[in-house]
Design a protein around this ligand. Structure first.
Ligand SMILES: [Zn+2]
Ligand SMILES: [Zn+2]
Length: 188
């Protein structure tokens, strides 16, 4: 853990007595890759973090919220869209000896649990989970986005209801139909 990271909270002022708590509020620059390929929080844009860190028997409970501005690209029509999120945060960071005890008891997931190191806890993974898990798997500009016309690449929303691209067949071409008829008449 890099204690100089702006996401690392110094717990020196938090008594280890159960129920004791500190408030931690910061506006931080969003880290890189906060999202998926199509949607996420742009790197460097503000993350408003409001946390309460509370001593519990196993460690420190990190509760509160994180607000950010999300920018996405519609998976159907590639239109850019954006909105604000304000997500609840709630995760337990374990004292190292408590986490070790869980690992020794055979809890396979315990290795992934947040842990307190040298009186510090890194809240970046906790905030990252809160935001990334809230993002849609398939981002859409509107819930019923119809995507793009395969004929011209325009958004269906912007095209008239009867928009279509005729296929060039004889059936659709009056001149070709007339020619076919004349040919038929001559053969008779
Ligand atoms: Zn769309
Ligand atoms: Zn079209």
């Amino acid at each position: 853990m890099d204690v100089r990271s702006p996401f690392v909270v110094d717990l020196a002022s938090l008594p280890r007595q159960e129920g004791a708590s500190i408030e931690w509020e910061r506006t931080l620059d969003a880290p890189a890759d906060l999202g998926t390929e199509l949607i996420g929080v742009p790197e460097g844009s503000p993350l408003q973090v409001r946390l309460t860190l509370q001593s519990v028997s196993e460690g420190v409970y990190i509760g509160g919220s994180v607000a950010a501005h999300v920018v996405g690209e519609c998976a159907r029509c590639v239109r850019r869209f954006e909105y604000d999120v304000d997500e609840a945060v709630g995760e337990l960071a374990f004292y190292p000896e408590r986490r070790l005890a869980l690992i020794e008891e055979g809890d396979e997931e315990a290795e992934e649990f947040p842990v307190i190191e040298d009186g510090h806890v890194d809240v970046e993974p906790v905030l990252r989970d809160a935001i990334v898990l809230s993002l849609p798997f398939t981002p859409l500009c509107e819930p019923d986005c119809q995507g793009l016309c395969s004929g011209c690449g325009k958004r269906w929303e912007e095209l008239p209801d009867d928009h279509f691209h005729p296929l060039p067949t004889n059936d659709d071409d009056p001149l070709a139909a007339l020619e076919a008829k004349l040919r038929g008449d001559m053969e008779q």
